[in-house]
Design a protein around this ligand. Structure first.
Ligand code: MLT
Length: 313
């Protein structure tokens, strides 16, 4: 078998594949003549979020049986094209949920306490003690769009800060309201009643552009928005305009329509905190997604066991 790891993957994951004596394992730094040539005779391809696995790339992969996504979002993989070629696409839901949830809480706190401005001005020799008056999360309402594994981890943490937690997720089990301190509401209610709104849904035609000028107009003035999911959930020009007008008081983004977000109007907004798609980038999470996808792909290639496939029942 030949396994191609197209992006930097945790050493523990590479080791799992290397334990198979007759298997050839090609890591990202060993790919010399391009990915298309490398996967021509590969059985499995492992990616994170940077490599676009599109129709043209898959057309080279005559033997490919599985694409493993070390992470959750599969929007960089043309799943219908893979399905047409009988290639299984699998991901690792949950493995980086705590990392993303912790980053979300970090961004909320950083906005509430103007952390970035406090750091920059203090280094500049200023002492902005008066202008850096913060606010507490306690008593504020957090609206979560998407109560999957990540959303649940965010909800648990926000509740311990004394926040009222609302969530919208048509797929959420009603029991969650009893087992957790969260109230399930419509997406409109999340938008109209929250002090902080955080997005934790996959990018689909139904979720794309959910935050635009029209939905922002329904939100509380000064609302703060966090996005650690996918950039395309937000119309960036509309958010930039709302940050400028003050309708949105602050935004903290880890993801963008284009990454890196070259020339985006958002980057000029002082009330924006920007991080470079690192919510899931902790040592623990990268090891978890890497080893989990390695085990899943091995189980499929050796035993035909399919786990966490997005295109097979
Ligand atoms: C994910 O989809 O798992 C996160 O966005 C992190 C990543 O890009 O790997």
């Amino acid at each position: 078998m030949k396994i191609v790891l197209a992006e930097k993957t945790s050493p523990a994951a590479v080791k799992i594949f290397q334990t198979e004596k007759d298997w050839t394992v090609v890591t990202a730094d060993q790919i010399k003549n391009g990915l298309a040539a490398e996967i021509a005779d590969a059985d499995a391809l492992i990616v994170r979020s940077a490599v676009q696995v599109d129709e043209a790339l898959l057309a080279n992969a005559k033997k490919l049986r599985v694409v493993g996504r070390a992470g959750v979002g599969v929007d960089n993989i043309d799943t219908p094209a893979a399905t047409k070629r009988n290639i299984i696409v699998m991901n690792t839901p949950g493995a980086n949920a705590v990392a993303v949830a912790e980053h979300t809480i970090l961004l909320m706190l950083a906005m509430a306490r103007s952390l970035v401005r406090a750091d920059v001005t203090t280094r500049e020799g200023k002492w902005e003690k008066k202008s850096l008056m913060g606010s507490e999360l306690r008593g504020k309402t957090l609206g979560i769009v998407g109560l999957g594994r990540i959303g649940v981890e965010v909800a648990k943490r926000a509740a311990t800060f004394g926040m009222t937690v609302l969530a919208n997720d048509p797929a959420a089990a009603p029991e969650l309201e009893h087992s957790m301190s969260v109230r399930l509401v419509s997406r409109e209610q999340v938008f109209t009643t929250s002090d902080y709104i955080t997005l934790h849904v996959a990018l689909t035609p139904k979720t794309q552009n959910m935050i635009d000028a029209a939905s922002i107009a329904t939100m509380k003035k000064g609302v703060r928005i966090i996005n650690c999911a996918r950039g395309e959930l937000i119309v960036e020009q509309d958010l930039a305009a709302a940050l400028q007008s003050g309708q949105v008081g602050g935004a903290a983004l880890d993801v963008y329509c284009e990454e890196p977000p070259k020339g985006s109007p958002l980057l000029g907004c002082p009330n924006l905190i920007a991080t470079p798609h690192i919510a899931g980038s902790t040592t623990e999470a990268q090891e978890a997604v890497g080893t989990q996808i390695a085990h899943q792909v091995m189980d499929y290639l050796r035993k035909g066991i399919i786990v966490n496939a997005v295109n097979a029942k």
